[in-house]
Design a protein around this ligand. Structure first.
Ligand code: F6P
Length: 322
């Protein structure tokens, strides 16, 4: 192993920069050449690649986003696109690749591995939707952003005696809603993994209003189907309860911001480990974190682990919000 390439792909996540920094610095420490690939698989196919050095990653550990930029690349999902990528890797003399991204990005890493190219995947997404790992880089920062927003919305909710729906990201996964709802003391949490009855949400709202509670926070995960959109849900709730209801969609706010210490730490550990295992000659691996320990496993196997929703914590949120 002489030259390693690194790219970030898919939706950006706070902490990606810390992971890039760790990949770059661990490579240089071990006398390897390190190439930054810009704009994910797009940059790989188009040769948007440059050599990095120690200072390339100075002053980035605390910054959100990704200094290598990112993209969602349709061309790479085709065989022709991947063949092009293989040629570019050869032209640039890259002999090992680290891919930092979510589900789709790790699938891309798996495909390159299948073509025989040594590739390691690092989980970077705010969604926390990869079942093989306890945490993905960016999730902790995102839920901290959400609880900050919940606190602010609760202030105005209390002043007006309203119900406030807060819609959060997560694609098909309810983890952002669940954990920020628990930490933010939400009255109701609506996630795609659990059945949802509007009557139950309304009953809870009316009960807490009758008890003299002045605010109500309803956390809604974006992936919940069959309720129309957040505004339609707000209209329904207002109709059934007669409680003035407002909606806030947090959107891309959740993707930015300075990463938390936790995200910086797991990103740094995984970035370093990716280089170490490439040097050991391992390929086709995905990195993860379990019981506070970074581990690697076969990427195909990792991607086939079902993402289990934490129903125990979900039940706890119901008890704590009575
Ligand atoms: O996967 C991260 C994520 O932020 C999801 O939570 C969300 O559904 C999606 O990306 C939004 O993607 P985009 O930024 O491309 O609109």
């Amino acid at each position: 192993m002489n030259t390693i390439g690194v790219l970030t792909s898919g939706g950006d996540a706070p902490g990606m920069n810390a992971a890039i920094r760790a990949v770059v610095r661990t490579s240089i420490y071990n006398n390897l050449r390190i190439m930054g690939i810009k704009q994910g698989y797009n940059g790989l196919i188009n040769g948007n690649i440059y050599e990095m050095n120690i200072s390339s990653v100075a002053d980035i550990i605390h910054r959100g986003g990704t200094m290598l930029k990112t993209a969602r690349c349709d061309e790479f999902t085709t065989e022709a696109g991947r063949e092009k990528a293989m040629t570019v890797l050869k032209v640039f003399g890259i002999d090992g690749l680290v891919v930092i991204g979510g589900n789709g990005s790790l699938k891309g890493a798996r495909e390159l591995s299948k073509l025989g190219f040594p590739t390691i995947g690092i989980p970077g997404t705010i969604d926390n939707d990869l079942g093989y790992t306890d945490f993905t880089i960016g999730f902790d920062t995102a839920i901290n952003t959400v609880i900050d927003a919940i606190g602010k919305i609760r202030d105005t909710s209390t002043s007006h005696g309203r119900a406030n729906i807060i819609e959060v990201m997560g694609r098909h996964c309810g983890d952002i809603a669940l954990y920020s709802g628990l930490a933010g003391g939400a009255e109701s949490i609506i996630v795609p993994e659990e059945g949802f009855h509007i009557e139950e949400v309304c009953k809870r709202l009316i009960q807490s209003k009758n008890r003299g509670k002045l605010h109500s926070i309803i956390l809604l995960a974006e992936g919940v189907g069959n309720i129309g959109n957040a505004y339609e849900l707000g209209d329904e709730i207002q109709k059934y309860t007669d409680i003035d209801t407002r909606v806030t969609i947090l959107g891309h706010l959740q993707r930015g911001g300075s990463p938390t210490a936790f995200d910086r730490i797991i990103a740094s550990k995984m970035g370093a480990k990716a280089v170490e295992i490439l040097m050991e000659g391992k390929t086709s691996r995905a990195l993860g974190i379990k019981s506070n320990k970074v581990f690697d496993m076969d990427i195909e196997e990792a991607l086939s682990v079902e993402n289990k929703f934490d129903t125990e914590t979900y039940e706890l949120t119901k008890i704590l919000s009575i």
